[in-house]
Design a protein around this ligand. Structure first.
Ligand SMILES: Cc1cc2nc3c(=O)[nH]c(=O)nc-3n(C[C@H](O)[C@H](O)[C@H](O)COP(=O)(O)OP(=O)(O)OC[C@H]3O[C@@H](n4cnc5c(N)ncnc54)[C@H](O)[C@@H]3O)c2cc1C
Length: 248
């Protein structure tokens, strides 16, 4: 794998077999299978680092559903994929590079795809789009505007568990992300409350079971079906008032 600027610049003059848009797990697996078929590949990603959502949104969360790994930290899985796919097959990784449009050049066996990026044109015989959901945007809370508290105690992702060490953490949501973090922060936060506006969680059954067990032990306080009514604090989030969902 190269991220060396000189070699990456030279790659703009190369015609590779495959250009992979997206260096998340799917993009890196695509590059791996290209290597197994002795096809030359490159990956590009608009983010400054490899790993897609794993690196950008939850580097320190345990992942339990990768075959062969009883559990693996997201950032460690990214590194394993990097070694397995990009380093093993010497795949150039163009980071900080966003794909915009595609056009075609030449004809017959000489026909190539031209990928137009914000850093120039990349040519290959095929392009694989592994862009996930595209650019990451936080899913804002319905019903309560947390914008004034962003950067002052309101987070949409956990980049570093250490930032929440010893803190009282209130998680809002009822899906995989909320339930995963309720479990993953048990060894970090001093107190965990999980607030969900509907009855029933939509996460994997196993994780929901772990959340309910943690609640039975008194390690997680559940507030269901509740929603945020008010947030108070002097400079940062200190106190949150909830209301029952039926009292909207
Ligand atoms: C908090 C959280 C926890 C999760 N936990 C788990 C879990 O435990 N187990 C599990 O199996 N799944 C989990 N997931 C889901 C998992 O992360 C996704 O299914 C996975 O990341 C999808 O991989 P991907 O490579 O398709 O897309 P992504 O990881 O989204 O990567 C796509 C990449 O494409 C890039 N890209 C998009 N458009 C362009 C463009 N035009 N130009 C250049 N680059 C572009 C993006 O920058 C991104 O890096 C979790 C998700 C979240 C948010």
């Amino acid at each position: 794998m190269t991220t060396d600027p000189v070699q990456l610049t030279a790659d703009f003059d190369e015609v590779r077999d495959i250009t992979v848009i997206g260096a998340g797990p799917v993009g890196m697996c695509t590059a791996f299978w290209a290597g197994m078929r002795e096809a030359s590949a490159r990956v590009i990603d608009s983010l400054p680092e490899l790993g897609g959502q794993l690196a950008a949104l939850y580097p320190e969360k345990w992942i339990f559903d990768v075959p062969g790994h009883p559990r693996v930290l997201a950032k460690d899985l990214v590194e394993l994929l990097r070694v397995q796919a990009l380093e093993q097959f010497d795949v150039p990784a163009h980071l900080h590079t966003t794909a915009h449009t595609i056009s075609w050049e030449g004809s017959g066996d000489e026909r190539v795809v031209v990928l137009h990026t914000d850093r120039g044109e990349l040519r290959s015989r095929a392009v694989v789009v592994a862009g996930g959901h595209g650019a990451f945007e936080p899913k804002k809370l319905p019903g309560y505007d947390m914008t004034p508290w962003e950067g002052r105690g309101a987070h949409y992702l956990v980049g570093s568990k250490a930032a929440l060490a010893g803190k009282r953490v209130l998680i809002v949501g009822g899906g995989d992300s909320a339930c995963d973090w309720a479990i993953n922060l048990l060894d970090t936060a001093s107190e965990i409350r999980l607030v969900h506006r509907r009855e029933g969680f939509r996460a994997h059954e196993l994780t929901v079971g772990q959340v309910l067990e943690a609640a039975d032990r008194g390690d997680v306080a559940l507030h269901v079906p509740f929603q945020i009514k008010e947030v108070h604090g002097n400079g940062g989030v200190e106190r949150v008032v909830l209301h029952h969902s039926e009292d909207e």
